[in-house]
Design a protein around this ligand. Structure first.
Ligand SMILES: Cc1ncc(COP(=O)(O)O)c(C=O)c1O
Length: 444
């Protein structure tokens, strides 16, 4: 039976109406993988100012403006940042630098950087695996391994990338990462990258870790416990011997991030293993950064040969990234040498840090769990108050960063003081006196 032309036209129109309406298309552009490449996309997916991160920033700025607060971030230090620093043309007492032993800026360390740049040039231009290897890399790694009393060490160009690459490479989906709830972002990102299951335990709580290990260890192949040597938000340390006992009993690996404890803890600054007088091979993975005590930039992993060789050949942040420039490696190498000759700097740092803690507590300030080793928070309990105090101190030429929600829970918003061996009692007395007056005025 033939369908009449008019009926056919009606049926075709009906079908066309039922199909999804084609959006503005460019007939010259074919569909890619069945998707029309020119289909209109909501504007929010094409604009950076519609990105959730930017929107959050805009909200934070608006909130700060309404409260009359000044943005405390990205302050420019115009010269060497140590116990004092020039900011906006004023010399400030500075509590916002990790130059713990005062070696960044030391003429001997600066000279080492200059000599290395003059000898090797300013870039090694390539991954060390291909043509970026220089003698100074091996010298630095040997010095780090010696400082830890372990077989070998490998240096990465960034501390953050060290954790991302190490965790990301060593672990996989059948493994488990157990970490302190306050662990640094770099370890979290590494754990995420690895695809391993990740669980956190309460801060500095080996019993909580023990419970997790008892419940979950058998479900996984490799298990890595990650803790820090000195927690930079709170200034407290883990009970390392307890963590070692747990890792041995549950057949797990233990990694200690010594970003803030190397140079600070132990009689000669050799970190937590010196502080607790443990056997260095009882920790499987020692991690640290060159950017703090070691006055350079980059990170390291120290441990046994098999671990270090594996990372040297396969950790993506090492294999596919440029080698450390010589003028960045040289200062850290020099500092490791000077630390052996000048243990009095470590003693001085420990003495002045204890002085700060004791004086702050004597004035009734809340220093949380800080043990008084280079990092002392003063908890003020609200982000606007912490931001206000930071700014008010800055107006009196005292520089200290506020730590605000969401970096810490709102009720533990704080000012965070980093000490250096070059701070004096006069710096501390003046700072705490001003702070106490400002707090009293703010609470009135
Ligand atoms: C505990 C910890 N690990 C790793 C890093 C990353 O080190 P870097 O800043 O040298 O990249 C930091 C940085 O502050 C840190 O505090």
């Amino acid at each position: 039976m033939t369908v009449k032309r008019s009926e056919l036209k009606r049926q075709l129109l009906e079908q066309a109406r039922k199909r999804p309406t084609p959006r503005a298309t460019n007939p010259a552009t074919p569909a890619i993988n069945g998707v029309d490449a020119t289909r209109t996309v909501p504007e929010r997916f094409t604009r950076f100012d519609a990105h959730p991160g930017y929107q959050q920033l805009a909200m934070m700025r608006q909130g700060a403006e309404q409260l009359g607060l000044v943005d405390p971030f990205f302050k420019v230090h115009e010269g060497l940042a140590g116990a004092t620093s020039i900011i906006q043309g004023n010399t400030c007492i500075n509590f916002a630098s990790y130059n713990y032993l005062g070696y960044s800026g030391d003429p001997r360390v600066v000279q080492a950087a200059c000599d290395a740049a003059a000898h090797y040039g300013t870039s090694v231009s390539a991954s060390r695996v291909v043509s970026g290897e220089r003698p100074i890399h091996g010298e630095l790694e040997q010095a780090i391994a010696n400082a830890y009393g372990v077989e070998d060490a490998v240096a990465f160009v960034s501390g953050h990338a060290t954790n991302v690459s190490t965790l990301g490479y060593l672990l996989g989906p059948k493994d488990l990462v157990l970490h302190d709830e306050y662990i640094h972002n770099s370890s979290l990102v590494g754990a995420q990258l690895s695809g391993a299951k990740r669980m956190s335990f309460s801060h500095n709580d080996p019993d909580a870790l023990d419970a997790l290990l008892s419940r979950h260890r058998h479900q996984f192949e490799r298990v890595l416990i990650v803790i820090e040597g000195l927690y930079s938000m709170d200034g407290d340390i883990p009970d390392l011997p307890r963590f070692i006992e747990l890792k041995q009993r549950h057949q797990a690996w233990l990694m200690v991030d010594e970003a803030h404890s190397f140079g600070v803890m132990g009689a000669t600054g050799l970190g937590l293993r010196e502080h607790f007088a443990i056997n260095p091979t009882d920790v499987d993975i020692w991690m640290g950064t060159m950017s703090k005590t070691l006055s350079g930039c980059g990170g390291y992993i120290a441990g046994n040969k098999a671990l270090v060789e594996t990372l040297r050949y396969f950790a993506p942040g090492f294999l596919y990234s440029v080698g450390m420039p010589a003028q960045v490696a040289a200062p850290s190498l020099k500092v490791l040498e000077l630390m052996q000759q000048e243990p009095e700097r470590v003693t001085q740092l420990q003495t002045i840090s204890h002085y700060f803690l004791q004086q702050a507590q004597a004035r009734g300030l809340d220093t949380g769990h800080s043990i008084g080793s280079a990092v002392v928070p003063v908890i003020v309990g609200s982000s606007p108050l912490a931001a206000h105090l930071s700014h008010a101190l800055f107006e009196q030429h005292i520089n200290v960063q506020p730590i605000l929600y969401p970096a810490v829970p709102e009720k533990s918003a704080r000012l965070r003081f980093f000490l250096s061996c070059e701070h004096t009692q006069a710096h501390i007395d003046k700072t705490l006196d001003v702070l106490v007056t400002l707090l009293a005025n703010a609470q009135r």
